[in-house]
Design a protein around this ligand. Structure first.
Ligand SMILES: O=C(O)CCC(=O)C(=O)O
Ligand SMILES: [Fe+2]
Length: 257
């Protein structure tokens, strides 16, 4: 299975199997991992068709306007496995995907939920954030981001990450829209898997093309529940989704008296 993955020589041994130990080591050093051609094209097409079917129905976002304005994030989330769309279960059944997750998160890791994120033309993407507060290093989510269609320079919506920031503290307070030294930019192609630690600083750039889609199969270590991502850290605030409220205004150190 997956013999075409032999191309990824630096992530795989000669028999085409992923080197789980190397992948785990790199993930924990860098705070992210990009694996191209991880998923088969046919499966990506199948999922993408479901996604387009759903979003063609002009679905409203459950996120409110204050959130959009303050967070400078514009996505419409959808949870297909909550609607029992079985095609999405196929991802969870890929042995290499679960083995890789286990290598990173350890035994009895938690499969949290899958969330499709849709952004229409002209939307701003997502400002720099951490998916959950970084103060307790043991409490984090793992983003397992799947791209069912190419993200190209024409479309925009590239993902930016700042490597190794999962080892530090909170994203510095300040203007949402800045460049960080050492930031990396990725245009994931169809079939790419990005593993991203929830404490790693990341951002999605504005969408200029027709639309942008990513699907996140979120996971966490054993005993870390889905609520771990209830509070998101932005540069200007911390936001709690369950109560739709800003729970902390963040003020840059330089302007504090
Ligand atoms: O859609 C992406 O590429 C990243 C989305 C994101 O920030 C997340 O799922 O936590
Ligand atoms: Fe995120």
């Amino acid at each position: 299975m997956h013999y075409f993955l032999v191309f990824l020589i630096d992530q795989r041994n000669r028999r085409g199997h992923m080197d789980l130990q190397l992948a785990q080591q790199r993930f924990w050093e860098e705070g992210y991992l990009v694996l191209e051609n991880f998923f088969e094209s046919e499966l990506m097409d199948e999922l993408h068709e479901h996604i387009l079917d759903h979003f063609n129905g002009a679905v409203e976002s459950v996120l409110n306007d204050e959130f959009k304005e303050r967070s400078q994030s514009e996505i419409v989330p959808w949870f297909p496995q909550r609607e029992f769309i079985e095609a999405f279960d196929k991802i969870d059944a890929i042995q290499e995907f679960t083995d890789l997750t286990g290598a990173i998160l350890g035994q009895d890791w938690n499969n949290l939920y899958s969330m499709v994120m849709f952004s229409a033309r002209g939307t701003c993407g997502q400002a720099w954030h951490q998916d959950c507060p970084p103060e307790d290093k043991s409490r984090f989510n793992l983003n397992r981001l799947i791209y069912t269609a190419d993200i190209t320079p024409e479309i925009g919506g590239q993902i930016m990450v700042v490597p190794r920031t999962h080892k530090g503290g909170a994203l510095p307070a300040g203007e949402p829209d800045v460049d960080f030294e050492g930031q990396l930019e990725f245009f994931p192609r169809k079939g790419t898997l990005i593993l991203l630690h929830g404490h790693t600083w990341h951002r999605v750039m504005p969408v200029a093309g027709a639309y942008r889609v990513s699907t996140n199969y979120r996971a966490a270590p054993a005993n870390i529940p889905a609520e771990v991502t209830d509070v998101c850290v932005y540069r200007n605030m911390r936001y709690q989704f369950s109560i739709n409220q800003v729970i902390e205004e963040r003020i840059p150190a330089a302007t504090k008296s």
